[in-house]
Design a protein. Structure first.
Length: 392
């Protein structure tokens, strides 16, 4: 077969695939509507960067001027808002169980007296771990407030004993920590999460569409017609089928890139090209993994289940919610099997930290390496297209 004939076969299959894409609304939804809705939803949800004014309850068993001052200072934190002040822990607990508050700050009885006498009263705080972000932010604020309260009492006690402020601060804080957050100095959750969540949703949609488009050929016994359109060549038929999807997903990927780094001006320290190339490779790698999935399980329902499970696991195992180095060694090895993991590492190195490409080229190679998967499963998938009898 000459090159011209090969290109003609690919074009014929591509035209056939375009007709299939336009005839079923599910393709339009999965390839365009779902990614667009996710971009709008997540970017609008986190437009303020961090959630603010998270409601908590304060149980003030002391009622002194010191405890009231402590409450005012806690309420002054940007992420914390004191909405309930009670003298009963049971009442605060019931509000937390109802979901009205995310945390409880407990000030014990005789707090001010015991603090000034050096008896080390204990401040307690409780957070609802069901809400991970709210719990983490409130825990940080309440812990900071507890440390500051201890330092304030120590300062007042030291001054009463005749020590100077410098002498007291040397004891309270012998080492001053000067913290500078790199890459994301605003500590913006949108910068951190959306740059991985949105490509992760795109990867999931690519898995599902790729598996669905090939799986329906098997289910409705049109696979032989598909192969005949491609000149009975599995490679040409697969290229022609995936070509329209690739073009559409790459356009969607570029729109996501424009929304993240253009419209929202997220950090892009190495310029546009490294992230554009990474997104395009993510699209191709995800399609290759989708072909591998339907090749391993050549039934529509099993292939879609595999794609859904694998796509959802990617959000947990790529390292943006929990560090991979803290996982079990087996999970660390498995994380390399997810294209999103390598895209995440490229994003951290290039967009956030602006490192030289020399330090990231292996992640690009990993994404390109996924393109080998269809060749590994090609013979098995072709046999399924020709001889597999779908069992409903």
């Amino acid at each position: 077969m000459t090159l011209k004939q090969r290109l003609h076969s690919i074009w014929n299959v591509a035209k056939r695939e375009i007709q299939r894409l336009t005839s079923k609304p599910i393709y339009f939804f999965c390839m365009l509507i779902a990614p667009a809705l996710c971009v709008l939803f997540f970017l609008s949800l986190m437009k303020d960067g961090l959630p603010t004014n998270l409601p908590i309850a304060v149980v003030d068993m002391d009622g002194s001027a010191t405890s009231r001052n402590l409450i005012r200072q806690l309420d002054a934190f940007e992420q914390t808002e004191v909405v309930y002040k009670t003298a009963s822990f049971d009442e605060a607990r019931r509000e937390m169980q109802k979901g009205n508050i995310y945390g409880i700050f407990y000030i014990p009885k005789d707090f001010a007296v015991e603090a000034t006498m050096g008896k080390q009263p204990r401040l307690s705080f409780y957070t609802n771990g069901t809400y991970l972000i709210a719990s983490s932010l409130l825990f940080r604020d309440m812990k900071t407030m507890s440390v500051l309260a201890g330092a304030s009492v120590g300062l007042q006690t030291g001054l009463a004993k005749g020590y100077t402020t410098d002498q007291i601060m040397g004891q309270l804080q012998p080492v001053v920590v000067d913290t500078h957050a790199i890459g994301n100095p605003w500590l913006n959750y949108s910068v951190y999460l959306n740059n991985t969540v949105i490509p992760g949703v795109l990867q999931l949609m690519i898995f599902l569409v790729t598996v669905f488009s090939i799986g329906t050929e098997i289910k409705y016994s049109t696979s032989r017609q598909w192969l005949q359109t491609g000149g009975n060549s599995f490679t040409l038929s697969l290229l022609g089928k995936l070509l329209p999807q690739t073009v559409i997903f790459m356009i969607v990927a570029m729109m996501c890139c424009a929304a993240l780094y253009g419209f929202n001006s997220f950090p892009l320290n190495s310029g546009w090209m490294p992230m554009v190339v990474a997104l395009l490779l993510l699209v191709l790698a995800s399609q290759a993994v989708g072909v591998f999935m339907i090749g391993v399980l050549p039934t529509l329902r099993m292939g879609l289940s595999f794609a859904s499970l694998f796509g959802m696991l990617a959000f947990s195992i790529v390292g943006f919610s929990f560090p991979v180095l803290g996982m079990d060694p087996t999970l660390q090895a498995l994380s390399t099997l997810f294209p999103l993991r390598h895209y995440f590492l490229i994003y951290v190195d290039q967009a956030l930290n602006g490192r030289d490409l020399f330090y990231t080229w292996t992640e690009y190679a990993w994404l390109a390496g996924f393109l080998i998967l269809p060749f590994l499963i090609g013979k098995h998938l072709k046999n399924a297209l020709l001889y597999f009898k779908y069992i409903p």
